[in-house]
Write a protein that binds this ligand. Structure first.
Ligand code: ADP
Ligand code: ZN
Length: 729
């Protein structure tokens, strides 16, 4: 029976949204909600939260209510739902009396499946009276972090949601958020009285985002160069002040970029137009204060630049999270300087003491992040309570250009000893003072100069020790006390290390005063994706999409998203059925928008004499060509082969065979990201040399050759693919 239900969910997913697979926790979340249970979802931006309530809304009888903070977001989502043929509507202050009356009627008649409501509207008595008469299936609370006072985006009206829901009766609640440190999470659950809820926490790892921090020197020049390298792509440049926004937007326009400013000080019409132009691809770059972005659901933002240092890592993570929502490339570049930090501190000086202290701690985390030599991904995940254990993520500046390393065992040991001997009750700066033998007030009053660790690390300076302790935290030998901000204590891993120290590699912090030259040229060495789809057709489809979007007055991605267009430019569908097979499409969309796309593809295929999907189908089954595409797309995104094997339900061996087929049929595949993980450079050279010399690419011959006798079949096959891709394709 379980299996059957699963298939129904999948069928509906395909039928309505055109997706053939759930992502991450989606299916478990949806089942939990359909079982009538309270559900708490923590999932990073772009991972697919909306689907977790949109699909159940379609399956359940009655009307699902979605509480969502921003009007822009509501309209956006309603447009998208309507494009899928789902009857979704919104209720907020922009509607006229007549529109509200009609909306209410439709809800009561059961025509509407999803109703987006602003919290302000929900707080009105007439809204509640009306909703009491409707059959409500469940309530979804989007952007649930707005409930928490500890969060960076607190909205008082959110704190009253629970009492409103209670008036409506007893129904399941699903709360969703993309940022929540463990503390904020607890606060949300308490306020919604859903401590009993099932919590679904997804990984915060956004694998397709590249994180980079550069010193803020000659920033304008650096920015222009970066944008030139990314010409024609969609992106956001965040600045701290309105003035800066205006200045940079102008600078970009003068330099030939299509850029527009966005900030709260602009005339609402202008602001709206600039935002729409960005969504509609009339403008490539939006230069904005952080007022921009909440609720902007543009999936193909290719870069996010922080021209100024953000106020918190939560903010930074949210803002960078707006890039690459479609799973493709997203470059996150921050310009960093101490000066920015001091500026931000000054802004805080008029705040009440507690708030000022909170802000100061957030800024300090920002500073650690920027200057740290540790993998950016690892640090961000650590901040959100998740451990990332890969040695090298390959997608951040610290991993691609590693800092100088040194053996850190003795240093870590001294730190842990000091924590233990001061009874695990002190903050980082006090520990540094004890280690370095600096006799300040605290050291005196606690008598810490009597400890045998006192002054043992006096040879190194303060910054060095701070860096060591922060790395000790990130590697989880120490942890911060959640109730007692700043106090460090040993984890079990730390205890084990104290008894049995082992070798550990540490790295030197960035020094943001001296390394400008070195960092500047690094821009060119960022890994870029090689394209495996038909770029020309893709561009044509994009142009068509833009035209249709304009006619229908919709953002382009509502029609088809980039990954769908890429797939079309890989499989060349020429019939409605073939097009409905494309991920993210589905028959509803084909009927709505498909016709002109099919025409363009058909003409293109004819003019260029291309083998189409239907030709391919003759040779292999539909499923097989689907698998191929899935493999190509995932390799493009640098997904590990083990993971691809899993998602395509192939054994590793079968996957290699598929990849070989793809490669031998002329598609260039770049497997370097994977091969570099599993094969030393010198091993790669050995096999490469063999194929260079060898008469044929026969595996049989290769396995018998003495010069590479030590290598496994798998290794040889991987290198053969690399070799073929580089030379033959
Ligand atoms: P979030 O609200 O978590 O930021 P969204 O709900 O906007 O993310 O989803 C991000 C993108 O992922 C959207 O473009 C959406 O269409 C797409 N998406 C969601 N679920 C799936 C799925 N199961 N398969 C493929 N794409 C999906
Ligand atoms: Zn990294």
């Amino acid at each position: 029976m379980l299996v059957e239900e699963k298939d129904i969910l999948k069928d509906r997913l395909k039928e309505i949204f055109g997706y053939s697979q759930f992502r991450g926790n989606q299916e478990r979340i949806i089942r939990n909600l359909l079982d009538g249970k309270n559900t708490f979802v923590i999932m990073p931006t772009g991972a697919g939260k909306s689907l977790c309530y949109q699909l159940p809304a379609m399956i359940n009888d009655g009307l699902a209510i979605v509480i969502s903070p921003l009007i822009a977001l509501m309209k956006n989502q309603v447009d998208q739902m309507n494009a899928y043929g789902v009857n979704a509507r919104f209720m907020n202050s922009t509607l006229s009396k007549g529109e509200i009356t009609r909306l209410k009627k439709d809800c009561m008649n059961g025509i509407v499946k999803l109703l987006y409501v602003a919290p302000e509207s929900l707080n009105k008595e007439e809204t509640i009276d009306f909703l009491k008469k409707v059959n409500v299936s469940f309530v979804a609370i989007d952007e649930a972090h707005c409930i928490s006072e500890w969060g960076h985006d607190f909205r008082p009206e959110y704190r009253r949601i629970k009492s409103m829901i209670q008036i409506l009766g007893n129904m399941p609640v699903i709360a969703l958020t993309a940022t929540a440190t463990p503390k904020v999470q607890l606060d949300i659950q308490k306020n919604l009285q859903m401590e009993d809820a099932d919590v679904f926490m997804s990984s915060f790892n956004r694998k397709n985002l590249y994180y980079e921090v550069r010193p803020k020197k000659e920033t304008k020049k650096q920015l222009i160069k970066f944008l030139k390298d990314n010409k024609g792509k969609s992106g956001i440049v965040y600045c701290l002040s309105r003035k800066k926004v205006e200045e940079i937007a102008q600078l970009l326009n003068v330099n030939g970029f299509k850029a527009a400013p966005y900030h709260a000080g602009l005339d609402p019409d202008v602001r709206m137009k600039n935002q729409d132009d960005f969504l509609n691809e009339e403008t490539d770059i939006i230069v904005a204060t952080i007022a921009f972005g909440m609720g902007i659901d543009k999936p193909d933002v290719r870069f996010v630049v922080h021209y100024d240092v953000p106020k918190s890592l939560e903010g930074y993570y949210q803002e960078t999270g707006r890039s690459g929502r479609d799973g493709l490339e997203g470059h996150c570049l921050m310009f960093y300087s101490h000066n920015d930090l001091s500026k931000l501190e000054k802004f805080n000086k008029d705040k009440p003491v507690q708030e000022r202290e909170n802000s100061r701690i957030l800024l300090q985390e920002m500073e650690y992040y920027a200057e740290s030599p540790v993998c950016r991904r690892r640090q961000l995940l650590h901040y959100f309570g998740e451990e990332f254990t890969e040695e090298n993520c390959g997608m951040c500046d610290n991993c691609v250009h590693p800092r100088e390393r040194f053996e850190g065992s003795d240093y870590v040991h001294l730190v842990l000893q000091t924590v233990k001997k001061t009874n695990q009750r002190f903050t980082l700066s006090h520990l540094v003072n004890v280690i370095r033998g600096v006799e300040d007030e605290y050291v005196k009053s606690y008598g810490h100069f009597d400890l045998d660790v006192y002054g043992k690390g006096s040879n190194e300076d303060q910054d060095f020790w701070k860096s060591v302790i922060r790395q000790t935290l990130i590697y989880q030998f120490l942890e911060k006390d959640i109730d007692n901000i700043g106090a460090l204590r040993l984890t079990s891993r730390g205890e084990a290390f104290l008894k049995n120290p082992e070798s550990i590699e540490l790295a030197r912090d960035h020094d943001f005063t001296t390394e400008i030259e070195e960092e500047e040229e690094s821009a060119e060495r960022v890994p870029t994706n090689t394209k495996s789809y038909d770029v020309k057709l893709f561009e044509m489809l994009k142009t068509l999409r833009k035209k249709i979007a304009k006619e229908k007055n919709l953002p382009p991605y509502v029609i088809f998203q980039d990954p769908s267009l890429e797939e079309m430019a890989t499989t060349y569908p020429t019939t409605k059925d073939e097009m409905a097979q494309v991920n993210g499409v589905g028959m509803g969309k084909v009927n709505k928008f498909g016709k002109e796309f099919l025409e363009v593809i058909e003409r293109y295929v004819e003019e260029n004499d291309i083998e189409t999907a239907s030709d391919v189908v003759v040779k292999s089954s539909v499923n097989k060509s689907k698998t191929k595409i899935a493999i190509i797309q995932q390799i493009d995104r640098k997904v590990d082969l083990e993971e691809i094997a899993e998602t395509t339900r192939l054994s590793f061996e079968e996957l290699l065979t598929e990849i070989e087929n793809i490669c031998y049929s002329g598609t260039k595949l770049n497997l370097n990201y994977y091969i570099d993980q599993v094969l030393d450079p010198h091993k790669q050279d050995d096999i490469h040399d063999y194929f260079m010399r060898s008469e044929s690419d026969s595996l049989e011959h290769a396995l018998k050759d003495d010069s590479i006798a030590d290598y496994s079949e798998e290794e040889i096959r991987l290198m053969r693919i690399k070799f073929m891709s580089e030379y033959a394709n």
